[in-house]
Structures are given as structure tokens and as C-alpha cells.
Ligand binder design. Structure first.
Ligand code: GMT
Length: 375
């Protein structure tokens, strides 16, 4: 099929999922057109069946806010017509589903019928989308989508609770690509990061409030009081500066490395012993799954869809949001004994491989086919 994928191009779960999905679809022979304002971070290679179309929004002084939705829907109309695109898959409802629906209606005027699949990712529902300023438009665009998918059961239930949605929501979990994981990473430079006797704890996120970054630091402080350890903080965002200050205040500055955004998280996860994800809200927790495929157990909160990914007592542990003492105890439980650590690592990997793209991709192909037939 010829598929247009609309997503955010930045670091962050929804863009990563959309990009990896597009690449995998192209490998299966589909023609994929990414449409967004910048080349997506994980889209390194364009090929004859992967295209990227940049949405440009001209700056005009009259506008306080430049109309991105307008530019996006025009770009969608042009791309569909120029390349004979057959299906539209928008990731993140705001404003993509809204712009997609407008494009669909414009195309209908020219007798071109194109189905739209909307994938809900989390904050488009639980944080931003439910704001009264956006809610009517988000409800409308969900209901006008031909197929709606959500990345977890929990997000599906939240959507049904928050919005007046008449549409059925299909749960298609996020995925990893098992074949990209390399068990014998020759490049795994653990010795650059820590001494032999030190354990490596990692956190990866966009450093937004919802990630509870101070909890990551507090949990780590308690861990390293008992076990020699280093903390790798990967990502950029508004909470980063405060985190650096907190490390200084707690006297653990020299034990914490801030690595910034990375395109090569597998190279960091390959030497990690534990992943921390104490989020306030998380529809799925893709970063935790990426840790698990790299054999890294997860100590996390039990927010949102995380329990669908991290299995308590098997792949790691879950605690109530903000219970840093329990999270630290659980982390120490895993790290203090090499046999226990090895067991958790193996179980994390074994559970993660169920989310391999080879199992998940056919679910998307099935909804594409259904939507295409009923257009
Ligand atoms: O976590 C973020 O703040 C980024 C956000 C996004 O839209 O990129 O992530 C959301 O989508 C991911 C991919 O589906 C999920 O794994 C994350 O759990 C979800 N984040 C939240 O719900 C807070």
C-alpha cells in the first residue's frame, strides 16, 4: 500500500513509534511517506519506498500563532494527489487527526477517498487533549477517524472515560525490533562509564514534569548509599537543570552523568543494569520496553499502561507513584545479588520479545486493510 504517516519528528515515544513503524512497513514492501515539519530523528535513511515531505509554515507577521494545521492539511492533499497515497496514518491526535480529517474532506471534493487511522499515544489524551480548550476538537477528530488505535488497554480506557467517543478503539501495543538488539555488542563500552564493582542505573526521557525526574535522583541516591553505582541520565527537557542542581545538593554529582539526547540508546542500555521510570503518567512506557529488550530490568511506578509492559516481580518491580523508598528497596533487591540480577535480566528480555515488531506489524496491516476496504 501507499501510506502517509504523520508524526512529530522529535525525540519522544510517538515519533519513535511512527518512524520505526514506517521503516518496518517499507521493509515489507509498502511505500511510506512521512509528513512532518522536520526529518524524524530515527529516520536516517530514505530509500525508494521511504519518502519524507517537509511541512513548511511561512512566517507572516499578522499571525501571532502560525497555522501549522493548515499547512499540514494542504501538504497532505498535495502528497496524496502527487503520489497516489491510499491511506493516512496519523500519530498523536493533536493536531494531526484534525488536519488529517480536513485533508480527507478536501480530497473527497475531488472524488478521492482516503481512510484515516489515528493512533492515540498518551499525552494527546491524558494531558493536553482533555484540556477544555482542545477537548471538542479532539473528540471530533477521534470520532471522524476511520480507525482509532491506542497503544495500551489503559489508554483505551482513559480515552473512553475522558471523551465522548463513539468509535471502537483497537489496542495495538508499541513494539521493539528484536533483530536490532545485539546481545554481543562489541561496542559496549561499560568501562568508560563505571568501575567494575559499580552498577549502572539508567533513565531515559524527555525530562518533563510528568517523568518525575526528582524521584529518579532520590531513588538513585538511596541505591548508591548501599551499592556502588552510577546513574546515566539520557535526554533533554525542562526538568534537566533542576535535576543537575538536585544532584549537587545531595552530594552525588560525580556519580551522575547527563548524556543529553541520544540516537543510540542501545549503546547506553547495553551496559545498564537497571532502568528507572517513576512517571506520574505513562500510557505505555516505550523507554522501559527498549530497556527490557536490552536485558535491563525496570523499577517503575504503576502509572497508566506501565503494568502492561513491566511485570511486577518478573521483569522488575512496580510501586505507587512517588513511593521512592519502595522503588529504592526494589532496585537494591535486584542489584545486590548477581544471580537475582541475571534472572531479572533474562525475564525482562523474554517478556520484551513478545512485543517484537514481527508480532505487532500485522495488527496494523489488518486495520489498514479493514479501513481501506470500507472507505
Ligand atoms: O512520554 C512523553 O512525554 C512523550 C510521549 C509522546 O507522545 O511522544 O510519549 C507517549 O507516547 C509513547 C509512545 O506511544 C508512550 O510510550 C508514552 O508512555 C507516552 N507518554 C505518556 O503517556 C506520558
Amino acid at each position: 500500500m501507499k501510506i502517509a504517516i504523520v508524526c512529530y519528528p522529535t525525540f519522544g515515544g510517538s515519533g519513535v513509534v511512527a518512524t520505526e513503524l514506517g521503516i518496518a512497513l517499507a521493509e515489507r514492501g509498502h511505500e511510506v511517506h512521512f509528513i512532518t515539519y522536520k526529518q524524524p530523528v530515527r529516520l536516517e535513511l530514505l530509500s525508494n519506498n521511504i519518502h519524507f515531505h517537509e511541512v513548511n509554515v511561512p512566517d507572516y507577521p499578522l499571525f501571532k500563532y502560525q497555522p501549522y494545521e493548515l499547512a499540514l492539511s494542504s501538504k497532505l492533499v498535495d502528497t496524496v494527489k502527487m503520489f497516489g497515497v491510499e491511506l493516512l496514518h496519523v500519530h498523536y491526535a493533536i493536531p494531526h487527526a484534525y488536519a488529517g480529517y480536513m485533508a480527507k474532506k478536501m480530497l473527497q471534493e475531488e472524488d478521492i477517498y482516503i481512510p484515516m487511522i489515528t493512533t492515540l499515544h498518551g499525552t494527546d489524551i491524558t494531558l493536553v487533549g482533555k484540556h477544555p480548550f482542545y477537548k471538542p476538537a479532539v473528540t471530533f477528530s477521534i470520532n471522524k477517524s476511520d480507525v482509532v488505535t491506542s497503544v495500551s488497554e489503559n489508554l483505551k480506557n482513559s480515552t473512553l472515560e475522558i471523551f465522548d467517543v463513539e468509535k471502537e478503539i483497537a489496542v495495538i501495543p508499541n513494539f521493539i525490533d528484536k533483530k536490532k538488539y545485539s546481545p554481543d555488542y562489541t561496542d559496549c563500552q561499560r568501562s568508560l562509564m563505571a568501575n567494575e564493582d559499580e552498577k549502572i542505573v539508567t533513565h531515559i526521557s524527555n525530562f518533563r514534569k510528568v517523568k518525575r525526574i526528582p524521584d529518579v535522583i532520590q531513588v538513585f541516591k538511596k541505591i548508591q548509599d548501599k551499592i556502588p553505582a552510577k546513574l546515566m541520565m539520557v535526554g533533554e527537557g525542562p526538568e534537566k537543570e533542576g535535576a543537575e542542581r538536585l544532584c549537587e545538593k545531595l552530594g552525588i554529582k560525580d556519580r551522575v552523568v547527563f548524556l543529553g539526547n541520544s540516537n543510540e540508546i542501545d549503546r547506553i542500555l547495553c551496559f545498564s543494569d537497571l532502568f528507572l521510570l517513576p512517571s506520574e503518567s505513562e500510557s505505555f512506557g516505550l523507554a522501559a520496553l527498549e530497556a527490557m529488550i536490552n536485558k535491563v530490568p525496570v523499577v517503575s511506578s504503576n502509572a497508566g499502561g506501565i503494568p502492561e509492559v513491566n511485570k511486577h516481580g518478573i521483569t522488575g518491580y512496580l510501586s505507587d507513584i512517588g513511593n521512592v523508598s519502595e522503588m529504592a528497596e526494589n532496585a537494591i533487591e535486584i542489584l545486590k545479588d548477581d544471580d537475582a540480577l541475571e534472572r531479572f535480566k533474562t525475564e525482562a528480555y523474554n517478556w520484551a520479545i513478545q512485543f517484537d515488531i514481527l508480532n505487532i506489524l500485522p495488527m496494523y496491516e489488518e486495520v489498514y486493510e479493514k479501513a481501506y476496504k470500507s472507505r
